[in-house]
Ligand binder design. Sequence first.
Ligand code: ATP
Ligand code: MG
Length: 197
Amino acid sequence: MKTGLYGGTFDPLHNGHMKVAQAAKNHLQLDRIIFIPAGDPPHKTEQTITDKAHRLAMVRLAAEKEGAFVSDWELLKTEKSYSTKTLQHFKELYPEDEIYFIIGADSFRDLPSWWHYRELMRLCNFVVVSRPDVDKSTFLSRFSGDEAPPRVFFLDNIFMDISSTKIRQMVKEGEDISRLVPPVIAEYIEAKGLYKG
Ligand code: ATP
Ligand code: MG
């Protein structure tokens, strides 16, 4: 079985995330996608993150509608989340699976600074999604000193000019976000009064 793992803060989940998941599934013929909302991302400590129960509820609403799965594994942990630990967990859970870790080019560029990144590279293939301002030609040279370079598939031309930051900002300013998120997400944000403050 080919399993795609897609981690993110998903604060909130938006159409860009859904498009990435769908494109990864189609292009690499994945059997399933598992969304993994992050509990306490090491690189976002300075930013206030919306209650994880809300983030999880939103990912569930959108993903399950599309036949994708959602794991609360990172959310339930009390210690910091490291992708390497998450990958170890899923590899233990699904030892026979070929794992595809879906990641934005901005994050992948920083991979060599991640906790035990060589172990991570051993455990999975990477599906790298192009982002503006990230030149992919410089990527692989970063791994030239490594014995086993990462196995990378690039997903190009699926960029949508959407970010969760932009959506939070728009809600705060009372703007319409209905074209940027799945309808269930817009309804949820409205019903719970998220991102107003
Ligand atoms: P924020 O603005 O709060 O950083 P975000 O929109 O980047 O949020 P994340 O939850 O941080 O959302 O993203 C999860 C993953 O999805 C990351 O790997 C990120 O690079 C990727 N991603 C986010 N938005 C897009 C988009 N519009 N197109 C392609 N990839 C995206
Ligand atoms: Mg981001």
